[in-house]
Design a protein around this ligand. Sequence first.
Ligand code: ATP
Ligand code: IP8
Length: 262
Amino acid sequence: MTLSIVKFGGSAITVKDEPFTVRRGALRSMCTQVLNHVEGGGKVVVVHGGGSFGHPLAMTYKLGEGLIDNESYVGVSLTRLAMRMLNEIVVKEFVKLGGRPFTIEPSSSFILKGGGLKSYFIRSVEVALEKGFIPILHGDVVLDEDQRGISILSGDAIASTLAMTLKADKLIYVLDVDGIYLEDPKKRPSAELIRFLSETMLERIKSTSNVDVTGGVEKKIREAFKAFHGGVKVVCFINWRRNNLFKALEGLSFKGTMIRED
Ligand code: ATP
Ligand code: IP8
């Protein structure tokens, strides 16, 4: 039986430049593919990103800088509420499709210090898996022991941490594009998709992001390498279309970017 950590990218489940807009078809397709794999005996933990729910608010209230004034506290509440709204939508979709989701709040299980992970409690994820649930986590605003008071913990970092700690077989990042390209394929449609990504290629990758408070695709790639070096054998970036997520989960051939050794 394999354990896979799947990050539902905010770019895949929401329209990132239209606040509070869900891509219903994409979300349904991704949940269905996860459930088809789970029906066959696979174990999956889903982590979702902020997309157009968490990111615009976190940016408006400059939460990347921590608690800087009274408004920051308003921003923390609104951003966390937005993330819960998105989480509710993801959970409801799984329930509608006959799945067994169980949300585990990252804000109560992760503490940061100076923006870096300080401590975390994920026994609840293990127990949820043992009891037949699909644990669902998400990027969020979490407490930070440093002077900054709060930090944004990305779903990418949660996913790589879970993959390493739970010794997962696979870590799959689902995006709205086919994988990692030499340049943003939305800005340059002729950009080349990287099938196998090794660390020496990193400096050749150009990326762009203007609505993302957690570092966009570069930070995501760093998290992916962290998990790969931490022992996760299959780490990849894919799109959900053409049943690609199911294929990646099942070990069938899929279109996307795979991390590999130099
Ligand atoms: P979230 O953080 O909301 O969960 P996500 O995990 O889906 O979002 P993003 O941070 O939005 O991921 O990154 C994916 C986006 O990065 C794509 O929509 C793509 O347009 C953009 N991008 C920029 N540069 C590249 C690149 N070199 N290769 C692939 N995508 C890129
Ligand atoms: O979208 C960030 O998580 P990510 C969540 O996975 C917030 O980077 C609150 C913006």
